[in-house]
Design a protein around this ligand. Sequence first.
Ligand SMILES: [Fe+2]
Ligand SMILES: [Fe+2]
Length: 401
Amino acid sequence: MELTLLFVDDEQYILKALRRSFRSMRRTWRMEFAASARQALEILLKNKIDVVISEIRLPDMDGQRFLEAVKKVRPGSVRIVMSGYADKDLLVKSIDLAHQLIAKPCDDDQLKAAIQRAIMIKDMLERYGLKDIVVRMDRLPSLPTLYTEIKAALRKDSTNVEDIADLVARDVGVTAKILKLVNSSFFGLRQHVTSLAKAIGMLGMDTIQAMALSACTVDQLCARASGLRAEQVWDHGFVTANFARAIARREKMEPEVTDDTFMAGLMHDIGQMVVAVNLPEKWQDACRLAKKQGLKMHLAEEQVLGADHAVIGAYLLGLWGLPEAVVRAVCNHHHPDQSSPGELTPALIIAVADAFAHDLEGRLDSKETLEQIDQALVKSLDMTRRLAKWQKECRRLLDDS
Ligand SMILES: [Fe+2]
Ligand SMILES: [Fe+2]
């Protein structure tokens, strides 16, 4: 698939460097270069551009106005904004208009990874017919600043637990949510934890980072629509994430994969809230259809919208630049067989953890729960034997809590 990229920067030497750095990509990327907003808009009007990578400070137009114009001319394009560290406020302000923010100076690999993610996003848009849906959604939540700050802090060797605790503590709501969950005994901590630093020390910075991301996103979505049962979404994500992590550990998956699986568990149903906030009428239609025909929600969404919450949520996480493994797990959590047949993937683990989380009262083994898991998968992965172990593991978590 050929991708057309437009690089915008008023510094000629930067454009030159970009041209040089990405010369090897010429076979798969068609690249355009513009030295001003005006020139960029002219190119956009004449060409189908998939990805715009632009400096936020442009001499002939305010950066936000430029991004708005790009969105208007090419609503389906992916917008990546680059800027210097000194422009942090500017970057934060443009977060609603940009899909990914990159701080300058950034190396070629970082930029390449951002562009590759953009390709994945574009692929999702086309494969699942998401384009029409996304164009109608103009209130997509932005990547929470707190998450970006934690991520930046974790990149520094000097960062310690206290630094992360100080960052999180600035958001009272998120702090309260994290402490409530930490003490919910799902984590199996024997003592009551009242200090964030202590919680982080016990659970690890990656877990706190994922929880901060999820808490901020849920808060953001709830602020935009009343009547959303945020606590329910958050609790369900949390239980699913913990079951998923227990299963991943039981299967001795790599720590990094286990972390990704945990994060995917927390965020797996975020697409439901995104739809409810952005397309409330469609959401109501899907709920009615599900009730009337006794359909699962994701099937009703597919009928009403043409795509389900799994794909929509994954699209958002892809835009935010979350790890590809997380995006794929969320995308396939209702169709784990579509990710990598015959393989034990985070998507499959989330599917099972999700089914368990819906069956807390049935103690994770009601017939219906087990039926939700694709039977071909059950056979191919020797799942019957595995499921019994996973159930035991997750039931133990439930008993502890
Ligand atoms: Fe779901
Ligand atoms: Fe779910």
